[in-house]
Design a protein around this ligand. Structure first.
Ligand SMILES: *Cc1c(COP(=O)(O)O)cnc(C)c1O
Length: 458
């Protein structure tokens, strides 16, 4: 029964020898299964009536499998969606300064928990304290794994066994499993909802304050907006309640901006320093949203409360590593020096002038050929910041004619993958969120997909 062509296939050993010659450096543990897979696939094809492959073809197939297997599953992507902050694309891109700090401090040893002057054990929490106090105006500050961890920790340390008052309009889901009622329950506190979905007043909070009240929690509705007949008390009104009743006011800002977003033509997003100055006892913010840094949860506020958090075992469980501290310090240094617009990618992107964006979008449209135009569209902030808010941009728009999903998929199949935005049957590519060094890669892929040959010359 043996097909002579099956017997003519090389042995795994023979293929391995050829593979090692063609792709030296591939570890045996990767090469051996790749060779076995290539031969098994060839057998299946022969049985299906196809001709036997040449040895070179088997080597090429095995080399492709091996390179796939050794490639990191976490890859760089080109974000041409025009959405600046997306959790599924890793939120804020880091600044060169931040990456340099991570490279410098990651490669060797650091004084992470070493007091160099005294030669004694130090605290990792010390490093970011001074700059966070300076930038936010808070008495003290602490950094943990992320903002979700910061809120959960604060509730558990300060409100466990007691009541936490939250407006009905703020008992929300932020996304990715962060639901305020669940977070409060997990922390061992009881949620007391006050007001209504659309309107809550300071008097609603006041009426709910009792012996069991441990905190008032204010949550910034990051990724949605209630419009029309709405009311929420101001920070000042809630701070007055805190003064009068001695109940800590916890302010979950989410995005945690340090600059006025109105400077970039966006609506004003509350800043950490406004919240601190406005009387919040503790303010919580993400490191990787509008702060433009690494994933982290920043807690800024009253010294006595921050000290309680720092001393709690959860501070150990939720602590950040040296790379995060290095990255956060470098990001914050850009703000301290007033250089955020030049150095921090999200602010730099938001500051890009329109004429340059238009030229870049035009080059892509030329590469994409017929059916592509340059149109005005909004670059969106995204990432649970400023819902449906954006700044005007010029984008390449390719009419999908029913094929828009296929075109977006073909762009994702590029190396590195190119992520576009699909809106009303049109594929949009926004140069604002693309590093200019990647423009050629995008153009080349568009040309490939359109069949338009490259123009002569440069
Ligand atoms: C994004 C967000 C969080 C969660 O922050 P992470 O850093 O992702 O953990 C919590 N609260 C609000 C209001 C948010 O916008």
């Amino acid at each position: 029964m043996a097909d002579p062509r099956l017997r003519a296939l090389p042995s795994v050993e023979t293929l391995l020898v050829a593979l090692r010659a063609a792709a030296p450096g591939v570890p045996h543990a990767v090469a051996a299964p790749a060779a076995r897979d290539a031969i098994a696939a060839a057998r299946a094809r022969i049985r299906a009536g196809e001709p036997a492959p040449l040895l070179e073809e088997l080597v090429a197939a095995a080399a492709a499998t091996a390179s796939q297997a050794t490639r990191s599953p976490l890859r760089r992507v080109i974000n041409a969606s025009g959405v600046l902050l997306q959790t599924n694309m890793g939120r804020a891109p880091l600044s060169d300064r931040t990456l340099a700090a991570v490279a410098e401090l990651g490669v060797g040893y650091t004084n992470l928990e070493l007091d160099v002057d005294r030669g004694e054990r130090g605290s990792r929490h010390e490093h970011v304290r001074a700059i966070l106090r300076q930038l936010t105006g808070a008495e003290d500050a602490l950094v943990v794994n992320n903002n979700a961890a910061a809120v959960m920790m604060a509730l558990q340390v300060l409100a466990r066994g007691g009541e936490v008052i939250v407006s009905r309009g703020q008992a929300v889901e932020i996304g990715g499993g962060f639901r305020i009622p669940d977070i409060v329950a997990q922390s061992g506190a009881r949620l007391v909802e006050v007001g209504t979905t659309n309107r809550t007043y300071a008097r609603d909070y006041e009426a709910a304050i009792g012996d069991e009240t441990m905190a008032i929690l204010r949550v910034h509705p990051s990724n949605f907006r209630v419009v029309g007949f709405t009311a929420e008390p101001s920070l000042a009104e809630l701070a007055a309640l805190e003064q009068e009743h001695g109940v800590p006011l916890l302010d979950d800002l989410g995005s945690g901006c340090l600059v006025d977003t109105a400077r970039f033509g966006l609506p004003h997003e509350p800043t950490i320093q406004e919240s601190v100055a406005g009387g919040a006892s503790l303010v919580f913010a993400s490191g990787d949203k509008l702060l433009g840094g690494p994933q982290a949860g920043i807690i800024a506020g009253r010294a006595e409360l921050v000290a309680r958090l720092r001393a709690h075992p959860l501070a150990r469980a939720l602590r950040v590593d040296k790379l995060t501290i290095a990255a956060l310090l470098a990001t914050l240094a850009s703000y301290a020096e007033g250089r955020e617009c030049e150095e921090i990618p999200i602010w730099r992107m938001l500051s890009l002038p329109l004429p340059g964006l238009r030229r870049r979008a035009q080059r892509w449209a030329t590469a994409a050929g017929d059916g592509a135009r340059v149109v005005e569209a909004l670059s969106l902030v995204g990432g649970g910041s400023l819902p449906d808010q954006g700044v005007p941009s010029w984008v390449t728009a390719i009419r999908g004619a029913g094929r828009e999903t296929a075109l977006a998929a073909a762009l994702r199949a590029a190396d590195p993958p190119i992520i576009a935005r699909v809106e009303r049957g049109t594929v949009l590519l926004d140069p604002r969120t693309v590093d200019q060094r990647d423009d050629q890669l995008v153009a080349a892929r568009l040309r490939e997909l359109s069949g338009v040959p490259p123009r002569g010359g440069a």
